[in-house]
Design a protein around this ligand. Structure first.
Ligand code: RFL
Ligand code: PHB
Length: 391
């Protein structure tokens, strides 16, 4: 097979890259190790920055989102038994959109297949060749057959555990990493959301987040240990702990649990995000702790920058945007890292936190809800720093 851009991974980064390339007339092929059903059922992110929702709409991939999403003008913050409102619309004139990542994945897969972009699911033994030259190739096995795709460029969109990043010689990459001494226990449950917006709670027992997916579907998280044993958490214990951390600020409706998972918290960046003709995008190049809700948004931002650079290359042969790809992306990535780390540190209690540290955290939370300048900084980062989304 031959194409212009070979894309490894049918997650948000790979699908958005393929979608944006298609709009500028650049063909691509996506290679995905999992089945279509698996990709479409994987429950992950739920929050889109304003520009990301706008981009989905303006590029013609947002019709179902517009019908089914929930738009929030801000978030609630809960600590010390009180609920506080941070209104992004008032502070920075922006909103955020709640729409499940797997719904976006479903929409983009359907759209790409309909417009003729091949998505090769259940590919195994994926290997890259010749990324240093001008004719890279992707080798893989599908249905027991050895396959090869020859292309001009490769989009490395295969997530944190993919093969693209490890294909780059280790001495070329600088890795920045921070592990946190806690994780999140996440549940999906059939119940009405506890509030009209997300609630970020700081409580002496630890952090809790009250999010949602639909008017009768909630997504809640509890700070736990990184290797928390799910068997120790009965449904009753989870609801009781959520109620405790909510601190009596809202009545909590309980309902049947659909999913229970534990996710670690990690900050991770590699520099540069490019080697030869291989361009990393999304989680394959960086991971943020979920507290800032930035992961999927960064994946979309990388895809945007890369599609613009490739389109300039094919339109008029210029390579300056491709050469600047890594720097352009990393500028945003580090701002998102800084913000996600700050939100994480502010809301979570560390094991063996000193009274000095917890008093400082409480003082900062109070400052956040008392100072318009502090709230504005949170709003500006949370609702999303600006990016050029013109096609
Ligand atoms: P993905 O989604 O991991 O997709 C990578 C795809 O590549 C495939 N793959 C391969 N394909 C071919 N060959 C190989 N060798 C392959 N190896 C892997 C995989 O099967 C997969 O289909 O990466 P991508 O596209 O970069 O997207 C990143 C996002 O998924 C991620 O950043 C977000 O989910 C993070 N995240 C959140 N982000 C937000 O913007 N807002 C949120 O509210 C938010 N909440 C979250 C989150 C992540 C969470 N977890 C589970 C880590 C909440 C949680 C709990
Ligand atoms: C989610 O709805 O899954 C979600 C929302 C906000 C976050 C993290 C996860 O910060």
């Amino acid at each position: 097979m031959k194409t212009k851009v070979g894309i490894i991974g049918a997650g948000p980064a790979g699908l958005m890259l393929s979608h944006l390339l298609h709009l500028t007339g650049i063909p691509s092929i996506i290679i995905e190790s999992q089945s279509r059903e698996y990709c479409e059922a994987r429950v992950r992110a739920g929050l889109l920055e304003q520009w990301a929702a706008d981009m989905l709409i303006e590029t013609g991939a947002g019709a179902r989102m517009q019908r089914e999403c929930m738009t929030h003008s801000g978030i609630h913050i809960s600590f010390g038994g009180a609920l506080h409102d941070i209104d992004f619309l008032q502070l920075v004139g922006k909103q955020v959109t709640i729409y499940g990542q797997q719904e976006i994945v479903k929409d983009l897969i359907a759209q790409q297949l309909a417009n003729g972009t091949p998505i090769l699911f259940e590919a195994s033994n994926v290997r890259l060749e010749g990324i240093n030259g001008s004719h890279p190739a992707i080798h893989f096995t599908q249905d027991g057959q050895e396959q090869t795709i020859e292309c001009d460029f490769i989009g490395g969109c295969d997530g944190f555990h993919g093969i693209c990043r490890p294909t780059i010689p280790a001495n070329v990459l600088t890795t920045y990493e921070r592990e946190y001494p806690f994780g999140w226990l996440g549940i999906l449950a059939q119940a009405r959301p506890v509030a009209d917006k997300l609630i970020y709670c700081s409580h002496p027992n630890g952090f809790a987040l009250f999010s949602m997916r639909a008017p009768t579907l909630v997504r809640y998280y509890l700070q736990c240990t990184p290797n928390e044993d799910l068997n120790a958490w009965s449904d009753q214990r989870i609801w009781d702990e959520l109620e405790t951390r909510l601190g009596g600020t809202r009545p909590l409706e309980r309902g049947p649990l659909i999913e229970k998972v534990v996710a670690p918290m990690r900050s991770f960046v590699v520099e540069p995000m490019q080697y030869g003709r291989l361009f990393l995008a999304g989680d394959s190049a960086h991971i943020v702790p979920s507290t800032g809700a930035k992961g999927m948004n960064l994946a979309f931002a990388d895809a945007r920058v890369l599609s613009q650079a490739l389109s300039a290359f094919y339109r008029n042969g210029t390579t300056n945007l491709l050469e600047g790809y890594s720097r352009t992306c990393l500028d945003r990535v580090w701002k998102a890292q800084r913000f996600s780390w700050w939100m994480t540190r502010l809301f979570h209690s560390l094991p063996r936190e000193t009274p000095f540290d917890s008093s400082c955290r409480l003082a900062e939370l109070e400052h956040l809800v008392q100072s318009e300048a502090a709230a504005k900084s949170l709003a500006e980062n949370y609702a999303g720093l600006s990016i050029d989304i013109k096609i």
